[in-house]
Design a protein around this ligand. Sequence first.
Ligand code: HEC
Ligand code: HEC
Length: 462
Amino acid sequence: MIAVSRTKIVVAALAVVALVQVARRPRAEHPGPDGSDKEPVTRVDRDVRGNALRMLDEGRNTFRFDTFGDEAFWGDTLRLHEVIAGSELGGTGPGLTPTEALALGLKVDVDALPAHVRVGLKHGTVDLDDPATTLALLKLDAVVGVTGFFGDDGGLRSVGIQCALCHSTVDDAFAPGIGRRLDGWANRDLDVGAIIALAPNLQPLADLLGTDQATVRDVLNGWGPGKFDAELLLDGKAMRPDGKPAAVLIPPTFGLAGVNQHTWTGAWGTVTYWNALVANLEMRGKGTFFDPRLDDPAQFPIAAAHPEQFGHKRDDVDLITPKLPALHAYQLALPAPSPPAGTFDPAAAERGDRLFSGKAKCNGCHVEPLWTEPGWNLHPASDIGIDDFQANRGPDHVYRTAPLAGLWTHQKGGFYHDGRFATLRDVVGHYDEFFQLGLTDQEANDLVEYLKSLPGEEDAGG
Ligand code: HEC
Ligand code: HEC
């Protein structure tokens, strides 16, 4: 008996020694929170990482290049490709030159251009005033967010659009409007309305809206650069009560991981809800969409009258649903970019940081480092002292606390959903008055410098 107990004691002692050794091992075998450490150790970990990387690649492809079959609408039905090609190349009218396309805010992806085209552009031997050059760029898949479909005769047969049309721009590295892709940045140069208004056949939109093509064209031309109206075809409200267009600014789609409600107004839903809505109802790709809230004839008269096109959409093929998981992953992976040095005053930004969480009380809603509320990030218009027109176009009649990371990238077009405040100083001025903050001029400017500095160094990449 004694011998057995002694064995037990020895075994127990060895176990303690082994545990102490494990405890002393450096922790570096587990990947650190900054992702800088070792490869994952288990097979499951490796599978998860592999899956994440695969989704990012797939999602990027979808975001940049997938039309979801929407060329059946933009090309085959609205015949947008005809005005791009022009009558000499099988379309109608003078055609769209690259110079005109750039002026409408369309962007060219320099990485898609072969070396000889880049050289030609540099030396001015590529004719930017010839629609044939536009077609050549489309053939190269170099026009951000637009895909041309070409027939066997080389003619432009149809055209479709992608997420990247509105939610990507380029860094202008090569020339204004020509550079490397910046996915997730709002293209505030893009005049979507003017582009759609070029289409020879706007009858399908006129039919839905119960009006004529000339009126539809006026509405579209009234939006101006950087704006789009995602609710127009649901509720038919083209104008605000003050007579201005009801379109809203194109928001950035980076820095959204951890953010609950998306879009300016809530509560439409999460990123993947909106991705499905946009691909089906706005881009008019082929897919499936379900939202019985759109059956409400009082709020969404057009959608409620055409359930098969809106809240209960089921096309003969579904080119959207299988792509939603990876598209979601890619969207959430897009980091809000940090501002380049020299674009804000660091000392003032530091003072602004203290004001943001202190005297100015911004952090009460814009909670760092999401800069929106963790949880239910929605407010009635009265909470922020503005009118409720746009809020009432969303299901819950509220505005979403806008996440502020990367504000510096979208100063063009103004701030708040409709750009009603031209500058950040105007936004701060509004809060100062509405919340009676009693900010001095210097304090207001410090806050502005802080806003321009977001997401800041330590939070970059989140
Ligand atoms: C024609 C321009 C256009 C296209 C194309 C487009 N969007 Fe948008 N997107 C907008 C506008 C405008 C809003 C703001 C809508 C609102 O709040 O009412 C928006 C909002 C969003 C938001 C919410 C961002 C936020 O935090 O407010 C996400 C996410 C988004 N779009 C993703 C996509 C994806 C994915 C696609 C492709 C399937 C896409 N969009 C295609 C114009 C566009
Ligand atoms: C009661 C909650 C609340 C408080 C407090 C608040 N905000 Fe906001 N903020 C919002 C909401 C909601 C929006 C979206 C408004 C819209 O879409 O029209 C917004 C929008 C903004 C925008 C525009 C973002 C864009 O993309 O256009 C800025 C900038 C901003 N807030 C900064 C601040 C600052 C600075 C403070 C402190 C002085 C502050 N906010 C205090 C709720 C709040």
